[in-house]
Design a protein around this ligand. Structure first.
Ligand code: UDP
Length: 324
C-alpha cells in the first residue's frame, strides 16, 4: 500500500513511517514542521504542507495516488488546550475537515485517525472500553471527539471508511535508538522524568498529590509507540472488509501513578530523580486505563511492550543519545 502519513515528522508519526517501510509499504509524509522534525523523516519522503492551507494539501494529493491516510497532525497538550482553545479547535477540527475534503476530491476513502483517551474525561470505571460514554473535560479531548463525530457522519454520507484509535499514553522509543520523543517545550511525564535523571530540564514537577488514587498522583496507561504503529497498520487492513467508522481504545490495561513511573525510572537509570510536588495541572483526569479487548479481538492487535520498565528503557536509550 502507498500511505500518506500526516504528521509523520512527529513523535508517533515518525515511528509509524519506519514501521510501514519495514512492513514493505510505501509512505509519504505530510507535515508543516511546526512541532515535527525533518531529520526524523527518511530521505525523500517529506512533503511540507499545512492542513490549514487547503491548496497545499491538494497539491500533495495531485502528486501521489494513495491507498489510505494515517492522520497524526494535531495539537495535543491538555494544559495548552485549556489556555488556547481556539487554536485547538482550528488545528484539530478545521485542519481535519480540510484533510477529509482533500481526500474526497482525490478519491481516497480510508483514514486512520489519532484520537485519544482524553475523549472520556473523568471515567466511571477503572477499565475504559469503547462503550464508556465520551465526556471530555478539556478542549483537546473535545476537539478529537468532534472529529470522531464527523467521521461517523462521513461514512454513510460519502462512503468514507475510518478507524479512530484512542491512544492512552504513548511512550517509549524505537529500540534501534535513532528516533524518539522530543517536544519543545517538553510537557510529557516520561521524557521529563528522564531529563531529570540526566540532570537536565530545570526541575521535575509532579502535578497534584490529592487525586483519589493509591498515592495521590494521576494514574495513566502507558503504551509503546511501536505497538501503536502496529495497530495503525492493522486498522488499515481492517478497513479492507469493514465499511463506516470504527473506534478502538489502545493501551496495556494497566495503570501506573506518576510516582510509580518515577520509581521505575530510578531503577532503570540508576540515577536519583528529585522532584517537587506542586498543584494539579488543569484538565487532568485522575485515572485513565484502557480495555483494549476490542482491538485484540477485531484487529488482532498484540502489544509487544507490556512492561512499564521495558517501555521506559527504550525511552532512556533515546534520551541518553540526545544533547539537550
Ligand atoms: N505529569 C507530571 N509532571 C510532568 C508531566 C506530567 O506530574 O512534568 C503528570 C500529568 O499531570 C499527568 C501524567 O503525568 O497526570 C501524564 O501526563 P502527560 O503530559 O505525560 O500525558 P497526558 O496524560 O496529559 O496525555
Amino acid at each position: 500500500m502507498k500511505i500518506l502519513v500526516c504528521g509523520g515528522a512527529g513523535y508517533i508519526g515518525s515511528h509509524m513511517v519506519r514501521y510501514l517501510l519495514e512492513q514493505g509499504h510505501e509512505a509519504v509524509v505530510l507535515d508543516n514542521l511546526s512541532t515535527g522534525h525533518a531529520a526524523s523523516v527518511p530521505e525523500g519522503l517529506l512533503e511540507t504542507a499545512d492542513l490549514l492551507v487547503p491548496s497545499s494539501l491538494e497539491a500533495v494529493f495531485a502528486r501521489h495516488r494513495f491507498d489510505g491516510v494515517i492522520h497524526f497532525c494535531a495539537r495535543s497538550l491538555v494544559g495548552e488546550s485549556v489556555a488556547q482553545p481556539y487554536s485547538y479547535y482550528e488545528n484539530n477540527v478545521v485542519g481535519t475537515l480540510n484533510l477529509l475534503q482533500a481526500m474526497q476530491k482525490a478519491g481516497v476513502s480510508r483514514l486512520v485517525f489519532s484520537s485519544t483517551a482524553a475523549v472520556f474525561g473523568n471515567p466511571d470505571t477503572s477499565l475504559i472500553d469503547e462503550e464508556h460514554p465520551a465526556r471530555p473535560i478539556n478542549p483537546y479531548g473535545a476537539s478529537k471527539l468532534m472529529v470522531e463525530r464527523v467521521l461517523a457522519d462521513a461514512g454513510p454520507a460519502y462512503g468514507l471508511r475510518s478507524v479512530a484509535l484512542r491512544y492512552f499514553n504513548a511512550a517509549g522509543a524505537d529500540p534501534q535508538g535513532d528516533i524518539g520523543e522530543s517536544h519543545q517545550p517538553e510537557t510529557h511525564l516520561i521524557p521529563n522524568v528522564l531529563r531529570a535523571a540526566l540532570g537536565q530540564g530545570g526541575g521535575l514537577k509532579v502535578f497534584g498529590s490529592d487525586y483519589p488514587t493509591r498515592d495521590g498522583t494521576c494514574v495513566r496507561d502507558y503504551v509503546h509507540v511501536n505497538d501503536l504503529a502496529s495497530a495503525h497498520l492493522l486498522a488499515l487492513q481492517y478497513m479492507g472488509s469493514q465499511e463506516g467508522a470504527h473506534t478502538f481504545n489502545l493501551g496495556n490495561g494497566q495503570g501506573f501513578t506518576v510516582l510509580e513511573v518515577i520509581e521505575a525510572s530510578r531503577r532503570i537509570t540508576r540515577h536519583a530523580i528529585d522532584f517537587e510536588q506542586v498543584a494539579r495541572r488543569p484538565g487532568d483526569p485522575a485515572i485513565l486505563v484502557a480495555s483494549s479487548e476490542k482491538a485484540r479481538r477485531l484487529l488482532g492487535w498484540r502489544p509487544q511492550f507490556t512492561d512499564i520498565g521495558e517501555i521506559i528503557e527504550t525511552a532512556w536509550r533515546w534520551h541518553q543519545s540526545q544533547a539537550y
